[in-house]
Ligand binder design. Structure first.
Ligand code: HEC
Length: 255
């Protein structure tokens, strides 16, 4: 090891760890790690390696020797000039590249179903989501005819308001869907409404993307705030339709 100058050793160690990270995550595990996270890891690793190399005074001197020689040694005028011109150019190019707008979508790490707040304010009233129930659900057994009527009103509300994004087959493939990120949810998928209580849907539909809790950030959801456009009854009816059309059952607290 003594043959390799310490400064070069340090660069090789840090560079080697970086390559190992990329190899393990990108190539072997096929997992994307956000650049910001990788940069943070690399910062701590570089700081750690630097601490080891500068642990003794001799070590520090040896490490800095090439830099010192470059600045002080009269034989190195040419190299010095090249380095002194190139370094600011490289830094300037890097900063310039950071200023250019990027066309890549930022990596989104988000939970699809954030934990609901226990109580929420909707239509100016406080609701406890743990006890809130769809007032029309009982009609399913008690008055099936009236229930069918409400489901079909729900269908009309859906076609007038929701299909643009969530699709006429409730599969998240509405005409606007391709332009949205995050995408409108697919209610046919077992991962969406089948996992949820009706009160959770009521909250999500009434307060939309802006109603999502802070911990679910980054939220840039296009889901509108429906309490501004639909009545409470209409929201409960459209919820009936969502379950009826997809053949899913709402989750209950007892399960
Ligand atoms: C402008 C597009 C748009 C329209 C119109 C729209 N939504 Fe959404 N909706 C979204 C997007 C995008 C999401 C996913 C992000 C989120 O959860 O906020 C979503 C999520 C939801 C969720 C959450 C589901 C879950 O599993 O967490 C429900 C419920 C929902 N929408 C119901 C509706 C209903 C009912 C309507 C019509 C009254 C409607 N949406 C109209 C865009 C839309």
């Amino acid at each position: 090891m003594n043959k390799i100058p310490k400064l070069l050793q340090l660069i090789l160690v840090v560079g080697g760890i970086y390559c190992a990270f990329v190899l393990v995550f990108d190539v072997i595990l096929q997992q994307v790690i956000p650049n910001s996270l990788l940069n943070m890891y690399m910062f701590f690793i570089a700081a750690g390696v630097l601490a080891v190399y500068t642990f003794t005074e001799e070590g520090t001197e040896e490490l800095l020797a090439p830099i010192k020689a470059l600045v002080e040694n009269p034989d190195k005028v040419r190299t010095r000039n090249i380095v002194f011109v190139l370094t600011p150019l490289v830094v300037a190019a890097y900063i310039y590249s950071q200023l250019l707008p990027s066309i890549e979508a930022p990596v989104e790490l988000r939970s699809i179903h954030p934990a609901p707040p226990s109580s929420v304010k909707i239509y100016g009233k406080r609701y406890d989501l743990k006890t809130l129930e769809n007032p029309y659900r009982v009609l399913e057994t008690e008055d099936p005819e009236k229930f069918r009527e409400l489901v079909s009103t729900g269908a009309d509300i859906y076609i007038q308001n929701c299909h643009f994004c969530h699709g006429d087959k409730l599969d998240g493939q509405g005409p606007y869907a391709a332009g949205l990120n995050p995408v409108p949810l697919n209610f046919q998928d077992v991962g969406t409404i089948a996992q949820l209580q009706e009160s959770f849907l009521f909250w999500r539909i009434a307060t939309g993307g802006p109603g999502l809790p802070d911990e679910a950030a980054p939220w840039i959801s296009s889901m509108p705030i429906w309490q501004d456009f639909l009545s409470e009854d209409e929201i409960w009816q459209v919820i009936l339709y969502l379950y009826d059309y997809t053949g899913r059952r709402p989750r209950s607290w007892e399960e």
